[in-house]
Design a protein around this ligand. Structure first.
Ligand code: DX5
Ligand code: ZN
Length: 226
């Protein structure tokens, strides 16, 4: 079995929004995806950007968009992000009563479909839905704000998911989001994550592109070998 290379997806939440296009271009060539956090001040208390900004940003970079919707009513809004050219559109399990139907819609709109699990949500009820998804995003903080401290015990969900994915030979990325940095990425990779969102650790660094390369190499060294 070949172990897929770890994906590093810098989160724009820690970027300078007034220079967003430049900030994103600075990680082209280093990052695999750019992680776009959409928050609606309802599902989470914070508010960020919506579809018009994502559409404009889409035209400014070649990097694939990993859109993380922290919004209520994702069935209403998520397909618009797929239509806007997002590579992957992730919505929260807690916000959707029929995740499989929405995943199908996203896939037929040409995007990958992602399911996100927040801090206080168990993973077990969702394991059987995973064949309908391309990415599973396990929060390693409570969704809503960047710059929070990584919560190590949430990696138990990553271990459970990794076991299920490998046993079922599923083609699915297991992504972690929240507090991922040089001192936490190795344990997340050991637990079985193979896609890593990092905001502060990338855009808070003096050299964001170099920070991405360093994170990927730390994840790669720590990844379990088949
Ligand atoms: C928070 C967002 C994260 C956030 C991560 O709810 O989903 O993507 O930007 O930021 P850091 O890496 O700073 O924890
Ligand atoms: Zn996110």
């Amino acid at each position: 079995m070949t172990v897929p290379l770890p994906i590093v997806a810098p989160s724009i939440l820690a970027a300078d929004f007034a220079r967003l296009a430049d900030e994103v271009r600075a990680i082209e060539g280093a990052a695999d995806w750019v992680h776009v956090d959409v928050m609606d001040n309802h599902f989470v208390p914070n508010l960020t950007i919506g579809l018009p900004v994502v559409q404009s940003l889409r035209a400014a970079t070649r990097l694939p968009f990993d859109v993380h919707l922290m919004i209520e009513d994702p069935r209403r809004w998520a397909p618009g992000y797929a239509d806007a050219g997002a590579y992957n559109v992730t919505f929260h399990a807690e916000a959707c009563d029929d995740p499989v139907a929405l995943a199908k819609e996203l896939r037929s709109a040409g995007a990958k479909a992602g399911l996100a699990i927040d801090r206080d949500t168990p993973i077990e009820p969702y394991l059987d839905l995973l064949p309908s998804f391309d990415t599973l995003l396990i929060m390693t903080i409570k969704a809503g704000f960047g710059g929070q401290r990584f919560i190590p015990h949430l990696l138990d969900k990553v271990r459970t998911a990794r076991h299920h994915v490998d046993a079922g030979h599923l083609e699915l990325r297991i992504e972690v989001d929240g507090g991922i940095a040089a001192d936490t990425i190795a344990e997340a990779a050991e637990a079985g994550a193979d896609a890593f969102v990092a905001g502060t650790a990338v855009f808070g660094a003096d050299d964001p592109a170099e920070a991405v390369r360093r994170l990927r190499s730390l994840a790669r060294c720590a990844a379990p070998r088949a």
